[in-house]
Design a protein. Structure first.
Length: 110
């Protein structure tokens, strides 16, 4: 009996990913894995541990906050996407899957 080709379909957004595969015996799909970012719905002020740093202008006595270089939500989104990609790479290297088809929507609130 020939081995069935294993194709995974990855459906993901910035906070969740579901990996499914088509059933060979009957119509439908089976869930292979589900992943969720634990910090996906946490407000920015709770992610950043401190208030932004402050600086003083050299020409006058005014002070202002220093904007962070990276948005905390963007960092979490990137980390989640990397963890999903790492999982997929490990499974593909172990020959658990022949093809990977992905549908992803990754955006941040802006």
């Amino acid at each position: 009996m020939p081995k069935h080709k294993v194709s995974w379909i990855v459906i993901a957004d910035g906070s969740r990913a579901r990996i499914v595969t088509r059933r060979h015996e009957s119509p439908g799909f089976d869930v292979v894995a589900e992943m969720q970012s634990p910090e996906s719905h946490v407000p920015s002020h709770l992610i950043a541990s401190e208030r932004p740093g402050r600086t003083q202008e050299s020409g006058y006595s005014g002070r202002h906050a220093i904007e962070p270089r990276v948005d905390p939500h963007q960092e979490r989104l990137t980390a989640f996407i990397q963890s999903v990609a790492t999982y997929l790479n490990e499974q593909a290297a172990g020959a658990a899957v022949d093809d990977i088809i992905s549908f992803a929507q990754c955006s941040t609130k802006g």
